[in-house]
Design a protein around this ligand. Structure first.
Ligand SMILES: Cc1ncc(COP(=O)(O)O)c(C=O)c1O
Length: 353
């Protein structure tokens, strides 16, 4: 606290990201990164970018990248907005599309950055409780609102909402924007991108941090009708004209163009997830159905915080949330390589014995 701080800063409760420890030899299963490196074509593109041209500003509109994303999804480049990680894309969406007079709606258990953006931009919100089995019930969102946002699959529960349910929501909720945050959709869900031309109020947000193995490059994007995209561009150009540097643009283009590598790695992650779920199940864990690159699991006889701490003492880190109380018994475990998941299961087996 300082008298030099603005009133806004005094009132902020910032987001706390999962830790990035500097220790070697950790089994790091706490921030939903991909255990595999990016496509070799990305590395090649980054090397080629390390050149004299770095003295020049990057393309402020990321034209070529937006074209590559548009080609990947079968939409127009005018329907694509890119940002410095999907966190930045989401932040701009809160200001550009979700700040209205009525409160916005999101689940009570969800990505904990949403209320932080509301605090930053002075947006009122109402949390809609998930069902007892941690599902989003679309009918609960059929109330007057300034906008709706949720991740699909949801985080940290990993549960998927069927595309038909999203369409039911869109058919009913036509007067405000619906943002579907598809950070984890490539690990088993069906994307809502195919609905954007039908529903002008739909914005779908993606990231290259998970399924493209590029958390370190910071690239995310949104797809919607051009009208929504223009609102995001207005905010971006009132904030930072060059959110994506030359490396980010070049690397992301190469990644969007290597669909084969993308498919290979996400299928490997999904196969490992199925084995991990079976192993956890055999140890007595209750695992929520996962369509993401992480699982959310609790053990009926063991405390979540204590298990996380005991794993940490064995150099395995997973994520544990103390709040809300309903999820305190759970561990959120990122799907690693087969070897990393095996190390986790072996450690848990010893701990539970
Ligand atoms: C649901 C959800 N949305 C968005 C993000 C942000 O991803 P990034 O800023 O790396 O693109 C995350 C990251 O963990 C997430 O879990």
């Amino acid at each position: 606290m300082s008298r030099y701080w603005s009133k806004v800063v005094h009132g902020l409760t910032p987001y706390v990201p999962g830790e990035q420890p500097k220790l070697p030899d950790l089994v790091k299963l706490n921030t939903n990164e991909n255990p595999y490196g990016p496509s070799p074509r990305v590395i090649e593109a980054l090397r080629a970018e390390a050149a004299d041209s770095l003295r020049l500003y990057p393309d402020p509109a990321s034209e070529r990248l937006r074209e590559a994303i548009a080609a990947f999804h079968g939409v127009e480049a005018s329907q694509v907005f890119v940002g410095n990680g999907s966190d930045e894309v989401l932040a701009h969406a809160f200001l550009a599309l979700l700040k209205h007079d009525a409160p916005i709606l999101f689940p009570d258990i969800t990505y904990s950055f949403y209320p932080v953006y509301c605090g930053l931009y002075g947006i009122e919100y109402q949390e809609i409780p998930l069902t007892e089995s941690f599902e989003i019930r679309v009918d609960d969102y059929f109330v007057a609102n300034g906008g709706i946002i949720f991740p699909n699959p949801n985080a940290p529960t990993a549960r998927l909402l069927a595309l038909g349910e999203i369409e039911r929501l869109l058919a009913k909720n036509t007067e405000s924007v619906v943002v579907v945050d598809e950070a984890y959709i490539d690990f088993g869900g069906e994307s809502a991108v195919g609905l954007v031309n039908k529903y002008p109020q739909l914005l779908v947000v993606h990231t290259l941090s998970k399924s493209h193995s590029l958390a370190g490059l910071r690239v995310g994007y949104a797809i919607g009708q051009a009208d929504l995209i223009q609102a995001l561009v207005r905010v971006k150009d009132s904030f930072n004209s060059y959110p994506l540097d030359r490396f980010a643009q070049a690397g992301a283009i190469a990644s969007m163009q290597d669909r084969e590598y993308f498919d290979q790695t996400r299928h490997k992650v999904m196969a490992t997830r199925e084995k991990l779920v079976a192993d956890l199940d055999a140890l007595g864990f209750e695992v929520l159905p996962s369509a993401a690159n992480f699982v959310f699991a609790r053990h009926p006889q063991h405390d979540g915080a204590e298990l996380a701490q005991a794993l940490r003492e064995r150099s395995i880190i997973v994520r544990h949330f103390r709040k809300p109380a309903r999820i305190a018994p759970f561990l959120r475990i990122t799907v690693g390589t087969d070897e990393q998941c095996q190390a986790l299961v072996t450690a848990l087996r010893e701990l539970l014995a």
